[in-house]
Each structure stands twice: as structure tokens, then as C-alpha cells.
Design a protein. Sequence first.
Length: 294
Amino acid sequence: MDWDKLRVFHAVAEAGSFTHAGESLNLSQSAISRQISALEESLNVPLFHRHARGLILTEQGELLFRTAREVFAKLSLTETMLAESKQSPKGPLRVTTTVALGSTWLTPRVKDFLATYPEVELSLLLDDGELDLGMREADIAIRMNTPRQPDLIQRHLMTIHFHVYAHRSYLAERGTPQSLEDLNEHSLIGFPLHARAPVPGLNWLLEVGVPRPRQSVLRINNVYAIYRAVKSGLGIAALPDYMVTDQPEFVRVLTDVDGPQVESYFVYAEELKHSKRVSVFRDFLIRKVAETHF
């Protein structure tokens, strides 16, 4: 396959139109169209369905696009690694983790990292789903489970502890539960039963010590939103300790009851094992974890 035509095809497939691809490649629409037609002719298969509203990949086009996307992602990685200075880390670094950990623990701490490494272009991708590191959707992940992909390097980062928390305003109005049985008389906040949980055991508070789950006043499919609901004084929930560190308005109740523990891992693709950006960010996180009570 002709490399220039493949590059044009990749741009068109990503943009969904000749016009937008032409803008990104600085080529005319007619030039783009000729390159695609020539590629289809050389392969003897149609790559796009053409219609008035744009372009749709054919089955053969989807196959070629998946391969081209992987090739161009690896080329982009190689280009970045070749340009990266061994003495001064620089260039883009995309880090993904859950919305809760990213919003409340990681984001307030990255100022120190960027002050030390100002040439690193850091992006935080907060998502309770798992981005595909192999497909270069992110460079680094902080994950709340053991990665299953064999081509990923992982390092244990921290153990996250869950306990029972309420806001002072809620306790002033409703009183403080003294036992697990007392929870039956309180407003509890949980996680939807059939939603995909970013960490295990999010409904532990509704289930501990009873034969059937307790009723909840509200269920939310996001741990950060549960934290916000507790902060509003709505009710009691199981929260990770890191979310309420140094926030005296949050009160741990049932202090003799321990919730689930979640192991988190620093994860990245094997091809990035020599990246200076990855190593300095890993060392930064390890330092910050050591400074934090989890």
C-alpha cells in the first residue's frame, strides 16, 4: 500500500469527510478524493459508502482503519520518544483514572509536578470506564483492579480504605448511629445495582450486617457525586478515606467498622518503559502517596 494514500485514508476515516480531512492535511477536496479512489482501486475494494451527509466506512474500510490507527499511534509514540530528552522530560503525557480519585486527590496535587517539569504537557482523562492503553487512548492509568492485559506494566501504588462518613449538618439533624442496626433508621446513599462500578464493594454499607440490602435514599453511579451528596447533608455513605482527608466537616461514624479495601495500580504499556515522562510521574505519585493517609 502506498504510504501517502494510507495517510490520507486515515485522516478521512477520522474526520468523516473529504473536506475536514483536506483542512487537516492542507490538501484540496479533489486531491483527497483522487487519493482515496486510487487506494480503493489498488486494493480492489470500496473503503467508504458515500452519501449526502458524509462518509461511512465499509466493512473493509473498518478493517483497514483499525490497522492504520494502530500503526499511526505507534509512529506517534515513537516520534515522541525519539524527541524526548533524557535530561529534561517533555512532551504530552495523558493520565487516566477514575472520576473520584482524579477529582479529589490527584488534581489538587499536580501543581507540584508541573512546577518541577514545566515542559511536560499533562492531560488528565477522568473516566470510570477503562481507556485502552494498548490503543494509546492514554499513556498511564491509575486503576482500581489488577490489569488483565499481558502487555501492560503494573506497579502497586496504594491501598484505598473505605469507611462510613456523614456530614456534620446531617448528624446534627438526625443524630449519630452507634451500631450497624442503627443504620436502618438513617438515610443511606448507595450505588445503582446494575451500573458498572469503578471499584468493588460500593454497596457494602447497604449490605453489611443484614440479610437483605437496606433501603437507600439515593443511588448514584459516580463516587464523586456520592461524596457531593454526603457533603450536602443528604445522608450517610461509604467513602474512600482520601476523599475526606483534612475536611473536618466530614465525620467518620461507626469507627469500629472497617469497609472494603481497594488496591490501586500504576499501569502503562510496555513500550513506554523507557519513557522519562512516565518514570518521573511514577516517582511523583509514589512521593504523594507516602504523604497521604489512605
